[in-house]
Design a protein around this ligand. Structure first.
Ligand SMILES: *Cc1c(COP(=O)(O)O)cnc(C)c1O
Ligand SMILES: [Zn+2]
Length: 444
């Protein structure tokens, strides 16, 4: 095999580990692992040839290249066998030109990458297709793994449950009781996962799943498992490809456990290493003010990692107090001259509602990123003339309660500035006509 990859320590300890062994941390220092590719082999193909290859695979009917992730398989898990790929043709999501929202902000070049338009409704599908495929290959070659498990704020468990069900592999998911949306709760139940609701928060669930997966027959599917990062980095590649192989100036994205920002950074870095792009975009990480350990760490100059007990936020998928991929994310921010900013409940809810008025259907996490973008524009940190991509991480349909609350005006600490109240009228044509006239006048 010309191309190959293995796990190695992010802190640079020596040693390589097969992607098909059960290992989540460096045996020497306990640090996170990353998937390291054989760059020398990858560089034998020039940037032009790589671009052509990837372009040709988009929308392909040849298994598994129609997937946005497996269309770049040489950069993901090069030696995975076709029949072990567990794919739902994830990725290749729309890069939406936010023309009307951009016009309101004086930004002609505002784009939203709709990663939530995917099989289970979030970007987590991109990582799970890789992880579950590797597990399938491990099990096929006699590994002791019997099941996959994860702790989740909702979307990870939905993705794991779906991909595991598609592969016929048992899944066990740990959810913080009463802290995920109803849509997110029912997804893994419907897919037949063993769903355990624990009376704790996400960080508490993470603690338990790490204990449970010390038994090597239960494979850990959280993003400290860097196989997920390999799939998620396809978002960076897709964005660049969708701009005809040019990097944007800024990426603004919501962050919780810090896996996804590490993934995008890794994707951009790989393209730079291969000569496909010449400069890195700057990364802006967006946090909910009620769950902002990374923001606080940034404010102290990353002198030390801040961990805290995350407070309840509408952005429930990033309600995390002790982010696992901290070290990788610090690198991503430092090496791209990046920024970390926060948004209050009021700011995020109104930012999301404003975007919805221009045709989007934002989830609360995407709304955090939008609110942070508005703030960075106001502060002069982002120039409105720049090409900016906001990462939309999940589909708004998973978060109906938050949206209903907004338009009913019942959300705590939120004043709904773009409320669109439902009109209830008698079945009387005269009354209806009067009401229509009134709303159209208000619109004009
Ligand atoms: C998981 C998730 C995030 C955060 O990603 P991290 O890798 O944990 O930083 C953001 N938004 C949504 C909708 C998610 O599901
Ligand atoms: Zn190490």
């Amino acid at each position: 095999m010309e191309y190959n990859a293995h796990f190695s320590c992010v802190r640079g300890c020596p040693g390589e580990h097969s992607l098909y062994t059960v290992i989540y941390a460096c045996p020497d220092c306990g640090g996170l692992l990353q998937v390291r590719h054989n760059l020398k082999a990858l560089r034998r193909r020039g940037p032009q040839a790589w671009k052509q290859l990837m372009d040709a695979r988009v929308g392909s009917t040849e298994w598994p290249y129609g997937s946005g992730v497996w269309g770049m398989r040489e950069w993901v898990v090069p030696d995975l066998q076709d029949h072990n790929v567990v794919s739902m043709y994830e990725g290749n999501s729309n890069l939406f030109w936010a023309e009307r929202l951009g016009a309101k902000l004086g930004m002609p070049n505002l784009w939203v990458k709709l990663c939530g338009n995917s099989h289970t409704g979030s970007f987590k599908d991109l990582g799970m297709t890789v992880l579950v495929s590797v597990v399938k290959q491990m099990m096929a070659s006699g590994s002791p793994v019997r099941a996959v498990a994860c702790a989740s704020t909702g979307d990870t468990s939905a993705a794991l449950a779906a991909y595991a069900a598609a592969a016929g592999i048992p899944a066990i998911v740990f959810l913080p009781s009463d802290r995920v949306s109803r849509a997110q709760l029912i997804q893994p139940i419907a897919n037949g996962a063993h769903v355990l609701a624990l009376e704790t928060d996400f960080d508490g669930c993470m603690h338990i799943v790490r204990k449970v997966t010390q038994d090597n027959s239960i494979y850990l599917a959280n993003s400290m498992n860097s196989l997920r990062i390999e799939g998620q980095k396809s978002v960076a590649v897709e964005i660049v490809r969708q701009f005809d192989w040019e990097a944007p100036d800024w990426i603004v994205m919501p962050v919780g456990n810090l896996g996804n920002i590490s993934a995008l950074y890794k994707g951009f870095q790989l393209m730079k290493d291969l000569g496909i792009i010449t400069r890195m975009p700057r990364l802006a990480a967006a946090q909910a003010a009620r769950a902002n350990p990374f923001y606080q760490s940034f404010r102290n100059g990353f002198k030390e990692k801040v961990s805290l007990s995350a407070q309840s936020t509408l952005a429930s998928a990033i309600q995390i107090g002790n982010p696992v991929s901290y070290e990788k994310a610090v690198q991503a921010i430092r090496n791209t001259d990046g920024i970390v900013e926060e948004a209050s409940e009021h700011e995020l809810a109104n930012a999301g509602a404003l975007a919805d008025r221009t045709g989007m259907y934002t989830c609360p996490h995407t709304a955090v990123a939008l609110a942070v973008l508005f703030k960075l524009l106001r502060k002069g940190k982002i120039d409105p003339g720049r090409k900016v991509v906001v990462i939309s991480t999940a589909h708004g349909l998973k978060f109906t309660r938050a949206k209903l609350g907004y338009h009913h005006g019942t959300l705590e600490d939120v004043e709904s500035e773009h409320m669109n109240p439902l009109l209830t009228l008698p079945a009387d044509a005269g009354a209806v006509k009067t009401a229509i006239e009134r709303t159209l006048e208000a619109h004009a």
